[in-house]
Write a protein that binds this ligand. Structure first.
Ligand code: GUN
Length: 285
């Protein structure tokens, strides 16, 4: 029987600390401000954007949304980013992805001032993650690390298997584990002996995007299993990348889906926005 790592609980704990810091900033007339850009009307993106707005309200942050038409030009979108870069009341800028296919994502991300890049997608911030000298971390890997710390899981010297090599999760996740002195193996769709590598791991982070990809025979008894997947089944039910029902009895710790890593991501966005406000008001390095 594994201990369940409760993302809602950890999220509430961290939001409490963020709220206290935001209240302290308010006495200096500083209110963290987040601008979210949403191009088009993808229903899933709309839900994410709305949840970000609610989180800002809960923590006493200022937030604004820029809901832009699906056919906006690259130039007009870049101009909006530039206008947000120069505003002192906006500390964080997030452009919700994916963008419509006629738009080029990289120049948009690179147009964001790295000090306002609360997604940590800008190449400057990506580079800082490599060296370990970072100000912002991408929200999902940051959320995983917070959960590992909250539950007192020791990463030092452990073998860690990260399944998935995306820029947003797999790659930065691997770096953060490496900074904590884990021996990290990154597996992906071309990995030949994925099952064996996974089964040898003390810590597994599944970020593949395939429902129930990690089965019980791939998990060493007592391993820590972190599930980053959010997959919608045909039944409408949400499920992770791990076969939870069969893996849970053999793992030592496991994150459920929903209620595991998911709730942490917006909390980490709020943490980054708070950090951005402190840096821009010269209260942090
Ligand atoms: N779309 C899905 N997840 C994310 C995220 O973390 N940041 C942004 N900007 N877009 C997303």
């Amino acid at each position: 029987m594994a201990k369940i790592m409760d993302g809602k609980l950890v999220s509430e704990y961290i939001r409490g600390k963020i709220k206290d810091e935001a209240s302290a900033l308010k006495t200096r007339n500083i209110v963290p401000g987040l601008a979210v850009i949403l191009v088009g009307d993808d229903p899933a993106s709309k839900i994410y954007v709305n949840n970000k707005k609610k989180a800002c309200e809960q923590l006493g942050f200022y937030s604004e949304e820029h809901l832009l038409p699906a056919d906006i030009s690259q130039e007009d979108l870049m101009a909006i980013v530039q206008s947000l870069n120069v505003r002192s009341d906006i500390n964080g800028i997030l452009c919700q992805l994916p963008l419509p296919s006629h738009l080029d994502v990289a120049p948009v991300i690179e147009a964001i001032n790295p000090l306002k890049d609360v997604d940590a997608f800008h190449p400057v911030n990506v580079g800082r993650i490599m060296t370990g000298d970072f100000k912002f971390l991408p929200c999902t890997p940051a959320g995983v690390m917070e959960m590992i710390e909250y539950y007192g899981i020791n990463v030092d010297g452990k073998s860690c298997c990260v399944i998935g090599r995306s820029d947003i999760v797999g790659k930065p996740m691997s770096m953060l584990m490496l900074h904590k002195n884990a021996t990290v193996t990154i597996c992906h769709s071309h990995t030949k002996n994925l099952k064996e590598i996974c089964r040898a791991a003390d810590i597994i982070v599944a970020a593949i995007g395939h429902p129930r990809f990690v089965t019980a025979d791939m998990v060493k008894p007592g391993a820590v299993v972190i599930d980053v997947g959010i997959n919608r089944l045909e039944t409408g039910k949400i499920c992770g990348d791990v076969d939870f029902d069969n893996v849970e009895p053999i793992a030592s710790y496991i994150t459920p889906v929903p209620g595991g890593v998911g709730p942490m991501t917006i909390t980490m966005l709020m943490k980054n926005t708070l950090t951005a406000a402190k840096i821009q008001n010269l209260l942090d390095k």
